[in-house]
Design a protein around this ligand. Sequence first.
Ligand code: FES
Length: 121
Amino acid sequence: MQAGAAGARFFDPKNMPKVIYITPKGERREVEVENGYSIMEGAINNNVDGIVAECGGACACATCHSYIDESWIDKMPPMDDMEDSMLDAAFDRRDNSRLTCQLEMNDAWDGLIVHVGENDY
Ligand code: FES
């Protein structure tokens, strides 16, 4: 078998989907997030303010809490019971609240708008 022929992930950086993060201070950050990475990881990897992610994505801290823009809320997958109960610990939970570590990027979300929650308290 040739090196790199099996299991390699190929992507074209020119066509990577983007997420638009609006930070709690109102800063707009447009960031490329590779498919398979979480919305939380996209923020952490690009130093987007407001996402803390203390538990590293284990759905155990709620410091990746954010609000999905109303124009995208219907395109999100349903949350499971674990995310739902952890969100109860988040500051200012709303109908469009999600834990961004539980949302895995895919091409259909290109242009997704995420309003980052107040997680730095
Ligand atoms: S990073 Fe801890 S719940 Fe999302």
